[in-house]
Design a protein around this ligand. Structure first.
Ligand code: PMT
Length: 413
């Protein structure tokens, strides 16, 4: 960030939960990355951390109650909300998610949410039963539909000593997601030696295969290793891009210095893609996403019976690429892959049309030594006005050729 550039401004909301102290670490990370941070706390949050702590770290009055006589700003929720580039809530309780989702504004933080037009990222943390409660899940769906982004809670031992999902996401991950939305690249992210020709891009790439559950122990999946998607991520990182990988089932290791979000099913992959899309400037669908999933997922392991046959009824999964194309903004470049076994170019062209893509990478996955699980690949790269043959080469080399073509598409916009 140059001296003359305005610093990104973050409104950090802190709610009442054990994880409230972790908001301090997030605050420090944001500040180290060059953000100006102002803090808003709920009254219950002050039971866990004192406003004075945040005041000392930000040098600003910390608003809990906008009616408090000590509050220096008479219309604080409006001023606060209109002057931020991101509202980040760490931790977000079930209570605050419910209020956000339903337009309740009965304190400073919830009034700020209602009055703000900035992107919102929430990092929930709560007991597993509260997280899994249908009302909480309903509220989360409402918030997703309102374009609120989630730093998903992770599974682990919770403060209440139960084990399950509800633990606050890693603070580094929360900060990285905030950086991605703000479009800033903190200095600590490692970059390689290549030219910095993608430093203005945030590349969101889907990687690996999806797993569609049949029952608690079985699933439908495919042989994607993640090598192609991670090669793209690594090459883009080396050329200066901020990279987020929404990663399904993989055998390959992700490269260092890229953001990795783990998912399993096509629906989860779509949810995460939609969470990260607003900060992205390029979307690449390199994942092998299942087209169908079992219509009913059995609660318990399906038992072997005397019957010789078992019929699984399948239904379509959501199409991630088409959904991204439907909601794209004018800056976003959308790239798909086509994994074909015959009539490769013709099928790829029709996918490019149907899914309204800027580019498609057509690979023949029936040829030995390329496609799924291999180190190398060959492909035909199709754009709206170009056709480039990429002979057999390493997936990393191919990744650079795909990125070259993305730069060309950007230049022709
Ligand atoms: O991971 P590797 O082992 O390195 O293998 C690489 C690869 C073969 C998986 C990769 O090169 C590749 O071809 N990825 C796309 C595989 C695929 O699902 O292709 P498709 O033709 O079925 O789908 C077309 C496009 O739509 C793809 O970009 C896919 O991500 C996307 N899609 C498909 C279904 C769906 N429900 N949603 C989608 O977004």
């Amino acid at each position: 960030m140059s001296e003359t550039e305005r610093k990104p401004r973050v409104g950090l909301g802190v709610c009442g939960g054990i994880a409230a102290y972790k908001a301090i670490e997030v605050l420090r990370m944001l500040q180290k990355a060059g953000c100006d941070v102002s803090v808003a706390m709920t009254r219950h949050a002050t039971e866990f951390v004192k406003p004075l702590t945040f005041r000392a770290l930000t040098g600003e009055y910390v608003i809990v109650d906008d009616y408090d006589e000590a509050n220096p700003d008479p219309i604080a929720h409006v001023n606060f909300s209109q002057n931020i580039d991101l509202l980040l809530v760490v931790p977000a309780t079930a209570n605050v998610l419910a209020k956000f989702a339903n337009g309740i504004a009965d304190d400073f933080l919830t009034s700020t949410y209602l009055a703000s037009t900035a992107p919102v990222l929430v990092a929930p943390a709560m007991n597993v039963s509260m997280w899994e409660k249908p009302s909480t899940q309903r509220n989360i769906e409402l918030l997703r539909a309102d374009n609120v982004k989630f730093a998903e809670p992770i599974s682990g031992e919770l403060a209440c000593k139960t084990v399950g999902t509800g633990k606050l996401d890693d603070v580094e991950n929360i900060a990285k997601q905030a950086f991605a939305i703000l479009g800033i690249r903190p200095r600590s992210v490692s970059t390689g030696t290549h030219v910095d020709d993608l430093s203005n891009e945030h590349i969101l790439v889907t990687v690996g295969g999806t797993r569609e559950a049949i029952d608690p122990v079985r699933f439908i999946s495919n042989h994607s290793s993640g090598k192609m998607g991670f090669a793209l991520a690594e090459a883009a990182r080396d050329r200066g891009a901020w990279v987020t990988c929404v990663t399904g089932s993989v055998t390959a290791e992700p490269p260092e210095g890229v953001e990795v979000v783990r998912v399993e099913s096509a629906q989860q992959m779509l949810n995460s893609v939609m969470t990260y899309l607003s900060g992205a400037t390029v979307f690449v669908g390199a994942a092998a996403v299942a087209d169908y999933r079992p219509k009913i997922v059995a609660d318990a392991k399906i038992k072997k019976t005397d019957a010789e046959e078992l019929t699984l009824e399948l239904e379509r999964t959501p199409d991630i690429l088409s959904t991204v194309s439907d909601v794209r903004n004018s800056r976003l470049i959308v790239v798909g892959f086509a994994a074909e076994t015959n009539d490769v170019e013709a099928y790829a062209r029709s996918k490019m049309e149907r899914k309204r893509l800027d580019m498609i990478v057509a690979n023949d996955v029936s040829v030995a030594g390329q496609g799924f699980g291999t180190e190398n690949n060959s492909a035909i790269l199709l754009t709206r006005d170009d056709r480039i043959e990429l002979p057999l080469q390493s997936k990393r080399e191919m990744a650079d050729r795909i990125l070259d073509a993305i730069i060309e598409v950007r230049a022709n916009r």
